[in-house]
Design a protein around this ligand. Sequence first.
Ligand code: SF4
Ligand SMILES: [Zn+2]
Length: 341
Amino acid sequence: MYFLTQDSIRQGLAKAQQQETSLNLGDRTAYVGASDIGQCTRKAILSKTSPRAPSLQDLIRFARGHLAEEILASALQDVRPERQVELSADIPYCWACHWWDFYTPAEPAHCPNCGNPIHLVPIKAHCDFVFDDDLVLECKSSPLVGIQDSWEMQLQTQMLLYEHCLQKSSQGVILVMDLAGGALQITDPYVLDPNKVGDIIRRAITIWKGVVEASSAPDPESLDLKTEPGPLCGWCEYLGTCPAFKGEELPDDLVTFFEQYQHLCRAEKAAKAEKDTLRDQVLAMLEPGKYVAGDLRISLFNRSRTTTDIKALGSLLEELGQDITEFQNTSPYQVLDVKSA
Ligand code: SF4
Ligand SMILES: [Zn+2]
């Protein structure tokens, strides 16, 4: 049983994941990937220049993503889409005057603007699935709230590179497979948004410049890199040194207090997930009615809820020359957010 320790499992998973990454994604430090463009700039730069050994939790999360792709691949075995399609390009960029052109037919050696040498910023996308009708599918394995924008940016980058490399346009969808809950969500198809192209290119250039700067810095984590705090910060390996989360040092007794608070938050989350699973099982077993289970008296009934379509209401008010904010009140409330670095 000596091999069944948390650490041996972590090491085994890390090795398997490293092999798979280098097979499918190559050397991720040598280019800016579509997922880098979708995520926090500081994290994207540091993950290339100051890599940390992933935690067991991270590794299980990565493996879960891989599992979702395998499940989907088996569901699509009759359609046989291409998998892990690599698309790559270089952006000619001038470090002196910040000129760039993604669509130049021949890569210039010198900047047409200022005459300084041109540098090439390498960008790559790995599309999870590509179908015969030019549909690109990005598969995700957890319905994390609030990161749709980041996923969309990743998909837009894939569609941009698809158009650039294959000279044809594509559509893209994001499929979210919740492995724990067994639920599946598929977005409506997206097309490449021309207004996002400049953003994508500028983000890629910023990340690449950061990578070049951080590669020669003695302590990359102390550099003043652009931070973009969001829901994924709780999973970020660079949270401990992140300037976005700098604050006043608390005394030791408060440290214990917050550790306990954090512990209870986790327990609450786990209990909620367990409670929701039990509730789904009960709802699948019973019809509405009244039931007795030992000392428990149970009623299961349908209730209706009324919702207001705020977007439609906003449009209607706009037609009437009014703004919905005139009918809204804002009141302050406190938010306590605790993350573990
Ligand atoms: S903690 Fe958040 S803002 Fe800071 S580097 Fe990580 S992802 Fe970016
Ligand atoms: Zn220039």
